[in-house]
Design a protein around this ligand. Sequence first.
Ligand code: ADP
Ligand code: ADP
Ligand code: MG
Length: 670
Amino acid sequence: MFRKILIANRGEIACRVIATAHRLGIATVAVYSDADRDSRHVALAGEAWYVGPSPARESYLDAARIIEVARASGAEAIHPGYGFLSENADFAQACADAGIVFIGPPPGAIRAMGSKAESKALMERSGVPLVPGYHGADQDDVILGAEAAKIGYPVLIKASAGGGGKGMRIVASAGDFLTQLHGARREARASFGDERMLVEKYLTDPRHIEIQVFADTHGNCVHLFERDCSIQRRHQKVLEEAPAPGMTAERRRAMGDAAIAAARAVGYVGAGTVEFIAEGDHFFFMEMNTRLQVEHPVTEQITGQDLVEWQLRVAAGGTLPCTQEQLFIAGHAIEARIYAEDPERDFMPSTGTLAHLVQPRDSEQVRVDTGVRQGTTITPFYDPMIAKLIVWGDDRDEALARLRSALDEYEVVGVRTNLGLLRAIAAEPDFAAAKLTTGFIAAHPGVLERHDEAGSEITALAAAAIELVLEAQSQARAQAARGNDPHSPWAESDAWRLNIVGYYDVHLSTGHLNTGEATEIVRVLPGTSGAWKLVLRGRTLAVTAERLDGALLLTLDGTRRRIPVIRTGESLTAIIAGRNHTFTRIDPFAPPQQASSGAGGLFAPIPGRVVKVLAEPGQKVLRGEILIVLEAMKMEMTLTAQQDGTVDQVRCAEGDLVAEGAELVMLVPA
Ligand code: ADP
Ligand code: ADP
Ligand code: MG
């Protein structure tokens, strides 16, 4: 076994690999960029080496620098995690050339599976079923259009070099084909430097089912059953589970055999995943990911195996720890990916500092794989996935019950997250009934809406108002204690003495994105021994409130709740059953804010890198026309003109890193 390894990754997966290495007594070397100086993976590793500036290209993707650090630190092997260099055949080769073990498959296997088109051709020859489609070399527009017609609409255009859902377009009819083809090409060129496309029949109601395979250098190859990853947004996974509901032993054998055939066809070694798309009684090969997958923990939870340990043993030349016959499924596991993003704004990634973070407690049945801690800043440089919650149960119902309660334990303040969406899906009867398809979120638009349990917003307002009054009172007390006359009546912080009527009016604005802002006035009448009166929205409420362990213990209408209230600047977030209610404190005497100037201008909605500038000074544009393409956190965003007008100035260039709110294009409205 290795004595020391380097982990060429960050975030939760770097932490995950470090945990197994340490359990096995293997020393670890982390690498980090400027943005990650204070991150969790750096703190956990035995040693951590700086590899460069924040953009991944200049740090985590700098193969030469990473190999140099491996050498200098004495690491014998490199674990690439997922993403970044994990599926880069040249990097695997460069490791070998430098005498360092790449913990992953041989370069040849990565190369063979790296292109979706070539891997499909290869699978076809091995007798693995494929989605009907075209994966030929001829990329002429006319040929591709003719193939699409032959397949029959709707079709899916995919970048052969693609990943992460980029360069993928659904085409409903022949009339849209060329526009979508050119769009997909542009995206693929920008993201992968390769614009080859394949065309597939677009299945309208499929499931994503994948098989975990493992091979060693001694000719053994097994599968560790399947995962269902059908719950997706933007063609990317959100919830995954194992085993796949409804799977029969016969079908599991057929899919397992196909996956092993796929792995054997390329001389596979290590951990890999063969992804299938399934509809009705059929399943078709989609692609093979030649690395450890994000959702590998659900497989670990049902098999009792540590897949990172398997990877290390295989890379060190050992045999697979188990034979196919020794592997079995116990219970059911579900994983939820916690993303820093806003499902209500089309899953726009969200950046910020985690001012407050409470994650569910780890146990035998609940596992949290996380890359963050309180105080961590989510930057625009990397993927928005910040943690994974994995639950296990004797059966699916038990696992689902645990998922619901663990999701309620999450408290995250500082970035927007998809926790509300995850909770809504977990509560959806069709999810409980395991009616899983890749169109689940689209078919259940209700899961994207904010569901406020009756009265929880009132409770949140009450908590925020009380928190502010408690704060004002303790400030007044502190001030009085500093003053020369501690016996002055003004030192009494009781509202009764401060103003004759004995109340505080707290002005809070509810910054709802959809409904606009509303100012709420909460009248707080502090009483003795924690018994208070509140007047809000025309109701008078009797509450008792006290502070305990950094949260408010609030009793309202006979219900007692522990409510963390987190203050960051003028903003207050009250967390009720894991749901954030954020308010801004308003000074009722402050002058109204000036409206921003640039009426027709185009602003960056999130910090990011400018990929493409399509606007030119003097150009007349129509509302909806694409002016800028911005990339942030693995996602590409097209920014369009908000109204008709003429471009006055372009204030950014391709490659620029821009801050949130930066004006990118100045437009004179028509
Ligand atoms: P999976 O099927 O395992 O979700 P994806 O193709 O979506 O695989 O990508 C795997 C993961 O790798 C992503 O979820 C993401 O966290 C990470 N990843 C991929 N590309 C990048 C990148 N350019 N920068 C950072 N992380 C990345
Ligand atoms: P990526 O490299 O981005 O992971 P995949 O080829 O694995 O790309 O596809 C990602 C997702 O897109 C799948 O999980 C599935 O939801 C959807 N998808 C892919 N191919 C098809 C298809 N032919 N019909 C319908 N949906 C598809
Ligand atoms: Mg895929």
